[in-house]
Design a protein. Structure first.
Length: 133
């Protein structure tokens, strides 16, 4: 009986380790893999660096004048986005310039399967910005 309990403990421990590895793998997959990729055109209305422990860049774009019904999650023509901390400095400067000059811009983004609190408040991560004339 003692031998059986030792084997049961050993198998339970192995099962727990496998479950933890699978759980971590799923979290990493969902937060790093791209669900969709595209662009949106609008005027950036706000942009800030937020967070207590994990600092992220968060912004908002006014997209009125587009087909709002096709864009999921929009309220009153606003689209929120995040910018990863390791993004190139030119992207951050382009967003700030678009806001300062009140110009429309084309925001290229990647949508993730799942948002993680350490990389942004949204599932949409802007990686490039093109200011439109």
């Amino acid at each position: 009986m003692k031998d059986f309990l030792n084997k049961l403990k050993k198998w339970t421990f192995r099962l727990i380790i496998v479950a933890v590895i699978v759980f971590i793998s799923v979290i990493v997959f969902l937060s790093s893999m791209t669900y969709s990729e595209g662009f949106i055109i609008g005027k950036a209305t706000s942009f800030s660096k937020k967070g207590i422990i994990f600092k992220t860049y968060e912004g908002e774009i006014n997209v009125t004048g587009t087909e709002l019904a096709e864009l999921e999650g929009l309220e009153t023509g606003k689209w929120t986005f995040s910018v990863k901390k390791n993004i190139e400095k030119e992207v951050l400067e382009s967003i700030e310039k678009a806001i300062e000059e009140n110009k429309r811009a084309k925001f290229y983004y990647r949508e993730k399967y799942w948002k993680s609190s350490w990389s942004g408040d949204t599932k949409y991560y802007v990686y490039d910005v093109e200011i439109l004339e």
